[in-house]
Write a protein that binds this ligand. Structure first.
Ligand code: T46
Length: 137
């Protein structure tokens, strides 16, 4: 599926535990300008339900498991995140829904820009028409 991808981060284990470094522009394909994370999300909650016009992000499930449904108007895909050394890259014009958060889950998100509400497309019909124009260009 275009505009999404799986990234693999290294895990450094030395007997004291595991350490995973993530460097801007090296381990993720953009400059990291914002980091946020989600905890304590109930298992029946669906988050997201929007797309972005310009934002690039990488989602990493640090603990537990989370399912992400992605839609680029051509296809829909479900990805289960359950490994803190795996990042899910999500580019512009991809509708995303995060659901089935396990009780112990933590979702870390690395973003290419500061928070900007005008970059969100929150209506599915608007997303479909804007995304089709964007991908046809
Ligand atoms: C995305 C998925 C994966 C801020 O003030 N700053 C921030 O950086 C963010 C991300 C959110 N907010 C505020 C805006 C809302 O009042 O926090 C509240 C919850 O945000 P939202 O409903 O957009 O959260 P999700 O989980 O639906 O979506 C978030 C990101 O917003 C979005 O960019 O791709 O996670």
């Amino acid at each position: 599926m275009f505009n999404i991808g799986s990234l693999k981060f290294k895990r450094i284990s030395d007997g004291r535990g595991d350490l995973t470094p993530i460097e801007s522009e090296t381990d993720v394909p953009f400059v990291i300008r914002r980091v946020y994370y989600m905890t304590a999300v109930d298992s029946d909650v669906v988050r997201g339900r929007h797309a972005h016009r310009a934002l690039h992000q990488v989602l990493v499930c640090l603990n537990g498991s989370i399912t992400v449904t992605l839609d680029n108007t051509v296809e829909r895909q479900e990805v289960v995140l359950a490994d803190p050394t795996v990042g899910l890259y999500v580019g512009p014009y991809v509708w995303r829904e995060m659901h089935d958060f396990s009780a112990d889950s933590t979702l870390l998100v690395l973003a290419s820009d500061h928070y900007d509400e005008s970059d969100y497309i929150r209506g599915y019909d608007v997303f479909q028409s804007e995304a089709r124009k964007h991908f046809d260009e």
